[in-house]
Each structure stands twice: as C-alpha cells, then as structure tokens.
Design a protein around this ligand. Structure first.
Ligand SMILES: Cc1ncc(COP(=O)(O)O)c(C=O)c1O
Length: 389
C-alpha cells in the first residue's frame, strides 16, 4: 500500500520505537512511585524522553515537558487551565476540534471567543489579529501551527510577538509540525505536540512544553508519587500536570522516536518532505477536474487537500484505496471551520499527507491514481449526461 495519511498518524514507526516499548515492558516498574530499581528505571526512561523532546525543541527544561495521552488532552488542559469566565480568546479559522470543542464549552461558561479570518496567502490575517488584541481583554491566543487540512503554516513569529506585546498567552497547537518542521520551546507560552504524527511515536502519546510565563490549573488531580500526605496537588512541574500512572510504555516509544528524528536531523526531514510534496503538487495541480486547496504563498508541511469534480471526497477515498492501494483521509478532518473558510464544507476534501518516509515513486503513483480516478469520473459524468439526453 501507499500510506499518505501521516497527518492522522504516522506509519510505519521507526523500528527503535517498538524495541524501546518492548524493553520498557520487560524492564520497568511504575514510574515515580516505589524506590526500587524497576521503578527507578521507568522514571529514567520517561526522563530521557523529556530530554529528547527538549533537544528537539532547541532548549528548555525537561521538567517543563508534560506528557499526556494525546495533543487533545494537552489542549484541553491548557485551555481549561488558563481561561476564566469573562476572558477573551482569539483563534484562527483553521483550528482542529481539539481546540474548537473545548472552547465551545468554555464559551458556555462565560469565555468570549473571536475567530480571526485568514488572509489570501496566510491562514491568519495579522492586521485583524492586531486589531482584536488592541480591542483589549484578550487573555489567550490559541493557534494551530500548520493546518491539518491545507498544510499551510501560520505566521508564528509575528503572532507570538503581537500576543506578547498585548500580554496575551499564546498556545501553539503544533500537532502538525513537531518532528518535521522547526518548532522551538520558546515559540509560544504553551507548545502542544501530538506524539503519534510527525514525531513518529506510538498512539497514546502527546503533551506540551509549558513555559515559566504561565501556571496552568490541572484538569486532573491525583497521585504523583511525592508529598502523598498532602491533599493538595503539587505545584511543581511536571507532576502538577501529570497525575496517575503515566503511559510509560508509550513515552518510552516516543523517546526513541524523537531520538531517531534527532539522528536524521529536522532540516533533512523538512527538505525531503518538501521535495516530495512539491513533486505531488506539480503532478496533480494541472489535472483536468482536480482542484488543490492551497492558500498560495504560505509555507506548508506535507499536507495537500484536493477535490475532484463530480466526486464526493469519501467516494474518491474508497476508489483510491480499492483501485490503487492509496490510503488517505477524506472529509472534514475534524476541522469544520477550516473547510467553511476554504469553501469545501460540508463534504470536505481528499487529503494526502506526505512524510519524509514516503518515496518519490509513491507520490508519483498516488498522483497517477488521482489522474485515473478523475478521468474515470469524467467519463462516468459524460456517459450519464449522454443517457439523460
Ligand atoms: C491540528 C491538530 N490538532 C490536534 C490534533 C489532535 O491530536 P491527537 O490525536 O494527538 O489528540 C490533530 C490530530 O488530528 C491535529 O491535526
């Protein structure tokens, strides 16, 4: 098969990931609990994973790396743990439901939420953002770093500087960038990552880097292995935000995945993914009946959305799998507002998400599959028009 669904979850994982997970299962006890050697081993493996994430983020402190079960859990923790009734929050129109749904709930509790529209060549209009910030009372800006629908990368540095100049906290949803696009620990006040996409780790992993500029109220409170006599949740990181037995097996795999990326080097990963994406876009852009949904101008990760005239995206996905063994994701991609902004709601698009692990032959074959599906759709549409005459 040709796997082009890396934005949902990367596949396959580097061999070192499974090895690290098996090793953890065979050699580790409960992290941070008992003092014996198997427990110490478990804590050590988790700590090494924090160090690997810090190395990937170009600095920071390992204790500020919080592990959760996915990016969704980290986003919920950060949004619920920072916003109070009456606060204003700004987002782009390209947010994932893991931001949209918690905010929808928080709005019921009195938070005010404004979506900043996209500009022609950018997922976020900086002049509107500046005007909204100037209007006052903005506690927080939450923004996806790269759209999981178009791949477009947001103007992060400008947004960070603007948010900071108005004293607003920036939560960066870097689910679609960490591992295959440069992301630094100081790019935002909270940098959220998904462990199982571009970071190449196992599902059940994710987290966030929390800067010293914010104090997030925990969403979960419970056992942390220390100060057990106190009913108060500890205030120090990472334990303030990591209650209960952690996913040590998953984190062991994530640590190995990040070390694999560090060995490859993010610039090399970026370069290969970009070349593969360019090859695919060049091959599909001019196909009759095929439309790509790039927001021309913006930098992109390896995601490409397209539509085929006369064909529902979900039908296109089945044809691509059944006839051509190409695995992609069709529909709204948990980002309905992005599709409304693009004009591709309600049925969405056919999304190809390319990784450095793909080959040039694979992307060429996938583009050829799109050409064949589009051509057979054109023939079918022409035949039924002929019949109707
Ligand atoms: C932009 C974006 N944010 C958040 C998420 C949620 O990630 P996770 O599956 O790790 O919760 C996704 C995953 O699809 C995503 O694309």
């Amino acid at each position: 098969v040709i796997y082009l669904d890396h934005a949902a979850s990367s596949y396959p994982k580097p061999a070192a990931v499974a090895r690290a997970m098996v090793d953890y299962l065979e050699t580790a006890g409960s992290p941070g609990r008992s003092g014996h050697r198997l427990a110490r081993r478990a804590e050590e493996v988790i700590w090494q994973a924090r160090e690997a994430v810090v190395a990937l983020f170009g600095g920071g402190e390992p204790e500020r790396v919080i592990f959760t079960i996915n990016a969704t859990a980290a986003l919920n923790t950060a949004l619920h743990g920072l916003l109070e009734p009456g606060d204003r929050v700004l987002t782009s129109e390209f947010e994932h439901n893991s931001v949209i749904r918690p905010l929808h709930e928080l709005v019921r509790g009195g938070v005010q939420w404004t979506r900043v529209p996209a500009a022609p060549a950018s997922p976020l209009d900086l002049s509107v953002l500046a005007a909204e910030l100037a209007a006052g009372n903005v506690r927080l800006v939450a923004m996806t770093h790269a759209s999981n629908v178009t791949g477009a990368v947001a103007p992060l540095r400008e947004v960070r500087d603007l948010a900071r100049s108005y004293g607003a906290v920036l939560i960066l949803d870097a689910s679609q960038t960490v591992g295959h696009h440069p992301v630094r620990f100081d790019d935002a006040d909270v940098v959220v990552f998904s462990g199982h996409k571009g970071m190449l780790g196992p599902q059940g992993t994710g987290g966030m880097y929390v800067s010293d500029r914010v104090a997030i109220r925990p969403l979960l409170r419970g056992g942390t292995g220390g100060r057990s006599e106190s009913p108060e949740q500890p205030r120090w990181l990472p334990y303030a935000l990591e209650s209960g037995t952690r996913n040590g097996v998953g984190v062991a795999g994530l640590g190995a995945a990040v070390r694999h990326i560090l060995e490859l080097g993010v610039p090399a990963v970026v370069e290969r993914e970009q070349s593969l994406r360019a090859r695919f876009v060049d091959a599909v852009a001019e196909l009759p009946g095929v439309r790509t949904w790039d927001r021309g101008g913006a930098e992109s990760v390896g995601v490409v959305s397209l539509t085929i005239d006369g064909l529902a995206p979900t039908t296109a996905a089945s044809m691509l799998e059944d006839r051509h063994e190409v695995l992609i994701r069709a529909g709204l991609h948990c980002a309905p507002a992005a599709h409304r902004a693009l004009g591709t709601a309600p049925s969405g698009t056919v999304r190809f998400s390319i990784s450095h692990q793909n080959t040039f032959a694979e992307v060429a074959q996938a583009a050829d599959a799109v050409a064949q599906v589009a051509a057979s759709t054109r023939r079918a549409v022409a035949a039924s028009a002929e019949q109707a005459r």
